[in-house]
Design a protein around this ligand. Structure first.
Ligand code: SF4
Ligand code: SF4
Length: 209
């Protein structure tokens, strides 16, 4: 095909997309922040440190997440649990926990590495920092509240998507379709006391249908 043919082919694609967009058949953009796009179930948003239903922290301060992080943006310091007032089950808990979100690449390797499912990712993606210190989230921002809600960066923001926040609980790690067949349709774990309650992932057949 010659140059004119290629040009005509390109214009046809562009024109077709324009018509589909104008007629509303193909709307790629939303009026953010008034409207939010639906996110995939495994969307990697900001992290949350989870609790057990009894309120105890899941993090045991083992530092495996920090070791797995390719961006070296997690800092954990464990400490012995006070015998009379333990913070987590077992001997140790995460005394200091920080994530530098200027370096995080949202790969979720920390989630995979965690033996207690303490750290998971949410659907919250809105970040805004005016200095580097604010980009380092500490336990204050990361640890879910005892009622299971997730601290939001902008609690006073009129545009904050609080509906989404209500289900911003920890993500259910890979469920059956990518794992053992006998667990298909079974919610593998969540166990957090939060309001977010994800359904099991659809099977491959359901997805294809
Ligand atoms: S998502 Fe990836 S880069 Fe971000 S803290 Fe976890 S392991 Fe590190
Ligand atoms: S979040 Fe998980 S992997 Fe990281 S220190 Fe806590 S228990 Fe260990």
């Amino acid at each position: 095909m010659g140059l004119l043919g290629d040009l005509w082919k390109g214009l046809k694609v562009t024109g077709g997309e324009m018509i589909r967009t104008i007629t509303g058949k193909r709307m790629l953009t939303k009026q953010y922040p008034y409207e939010f796009r639906d996110k995939p179930q495994r969307f990697h948003g900001r992290h949350v440190l989870n609790r057990y239903p009894d309120g105890m922290e899941k993090c045991i301060g083992c530092e495996l997440c920090a070791g797995a992080c390719p961006a070296r943006c997690i800092y954990v310091r464990g400490a012995d649990n006070p015998p009379d007032d333990p913070v987590s089950p077992g001997e140790r808990y995460g005394f200091v926990y920080e994530i530098n979100f200027l370096r995080c690449i949202f790969c979720a390797l920390c989630v995979e590495a965690c033996p207690t499912e303490a750290i998971t990712m949410t659907h919250l993606f809105e970040f805004s920092f005016t200095n580097r210190d604010d980009a380092i989230f500490t336990k204050e921002e990361l640890l879910m509240r005892p009622d299971g809600t997730v601290p939001h960066m902008f609690p006073d923001d009129p545009f904050a998507n609080f509906e989404e926040l209500q289900v911003a609980d920890g993500w259910v790690r890979a469920t059956a379709p990518s794992g053992y067949a006998e667990y298909e349709g079974v919610q593998m774990w969540q166990g957090t006391p939060g309001p977010g309650d994800w359904s099991p992932e659809p099977s491959q057949d359901e997805r294809d249908a």
